[in-house]
Design a protein around this ligand. Structure first.
Ligand SMILES: [Zn+2]
Length: 369
């Protein structure tokens, strides 16, 4: 089939789902649209054949340049493209840095580079669909100032992308639907068309499941390790979600935290916290109250800055400490240079209004490091 027509046909049903797998909760009523693909009134065996056809078409979209370009265009039309120069320049830099990092871990990225854009959507969200087609909502930039944190989100999406989570989820969902159809057909239930209709209303193809979410989080860590971004950023961005969840249960950001889609944000933060602790050779961590500890002793409780909460910023300090300990800089003195506290050549924290002064922090670090 002509790829453009094919993309239209498939994405009419699965567009939202294909992109949504990662971070977006899709409008479930539109999520599947299998009625088109399967036809009305066909039997289970015919449906099985049709599903195999759909799977082949999914592979074509996921794996061929023609297919994924068609999907990319389709998504750009559907979600709208934010053209703001500055935002696009930021995302270009982040994608370039992360793509280089991913290439060190997983060489397949070179044959399937990401096709990405900023959508005209003001919620905090991002997603990676089939064919490495990625979307970051412009709202993400309204909630997050730090490129390190945006990189952490994009890294998670690239984890989904590198493991083809979108295509495999859609295929699994097709299988589940077929099983359900067989069950009802055997029991002499409704027509296939009705069944598909009801499944489309009650299921979302976009549910990756927690195993895949954890896998994407862990891959994001591996990717960030191969960049110059702050290693605390993945934990910090999870802390941001914890903070946002408290005050905005029903807002546009809620979809990001949907528990059926992603594990609890605090657990995801703590997963990264453990990695940071190990990376620091078990010297540095953030406790439950958001205090940065060095060798189990309080080092600093940072002041909030801009859109960043105190606890969120604590993870940035932790990221710097982890990098310093990992490189053995703790054998050198903590010093102050131009208002920034250093451990060896690693910057640790630049105090702002509300923080203790740099000299006090450096002295304390020397006492407990
Ligand atoms: Zn995800």
């Amino acid at each position: 089939m002509n790829v453009k027509k094919l993309a239209k046909k498939i994405t009419a049903g699965v567009t939202a789902a294909a992109l949504g797998t990662a971070l977006i909760v899709t409008p479930t009523a539109e999520a599947i649209g299998l009625g088109d693909a399967i036809g009305i009134g066909v039997g289970v065996i015919a449906a099985n054949e049709q599903i195999n056809q759909v799977k082949k078409q999914i592979d074509m979209i996921n794996n061929t340049e023609e297919g994924r370009q068609a999907l990319y265009q389709k998504f750009r039309e559907e979600y709208g493209v934010e053209e703001d120069y500055e935002l696009n320049a930021r995302l270009d830099r982040i994608m370039s840095n992360l793509s280089a990092a991913v290439a060190k871990v997983d060489g397949t990225i070179t044959s399937k580079p990401y096709l990405y854009f900023i959508s005209q959507n003001d919620t905090l969200n991002a997603g990676c669909g089939m064919g490495h087609v990625m979307m970051v909502n412009r709202g993400t930039f309204n909630y997050i100032d730090s490129d390190d944190e945006i990189a952490a989100i994009v890294g998670h999406e690239m984890g989904h992308g590198q493991k083809d989570h979108a295509a495999s989820s859609i295929k699994n969902n097709l299988n589940q639907q077929l099983l359900a159809q067989v069950g009802v057909a055997v029991a002499g239930g409704t027509t296939l068309a009705n069944l598909i209709g009801s499944l489309a209303l009650t299921h979302t193809i976009a549910d990756y499941g927690r195993g895949k979410e954890a896998e994407a989080d862990n891959l994001a860590w591996d990717y960030i390790l191969n960049t110059n971004y702050n290693l605390g950023a993945p934990a910090a961005v999870m802390q941001k979600f914890v903070d946002l969840e408290k005050g905005h249960k029903r807002s546009g950001i809620e979809s990001f935290f949907n528990p059926s889609d992603h594990p609890d944000s605090s657990k995801r933060r703590d997963n990264y916290g453990k990695k940071l602790y190990e990376y620091s050779k078990k010297h540095a961590e953030v406790d439950k109250k958001g205090v940065v500890l060095v060798n189990k002793k309080a080092f600093v409780t940072p002041a909030p800055v801009g859109k960043m909460s105190s606890a969120e910023r604590a993870y940035f300090v932790l990221g710097n400490l982890a990098a310093a300990y990992h490189r053995g800089y703790d054998k050198q003195e903590a010093t102050v240079s131009n208002g920034t506290v250093y451990l060896g050549s690693q910057a640790i924290i630049t105090p702002v209004e509300g923080d203790e002064d740099a000299a006090t922090l450096a002295t304390r670090l020397n006492e407990i490091k």
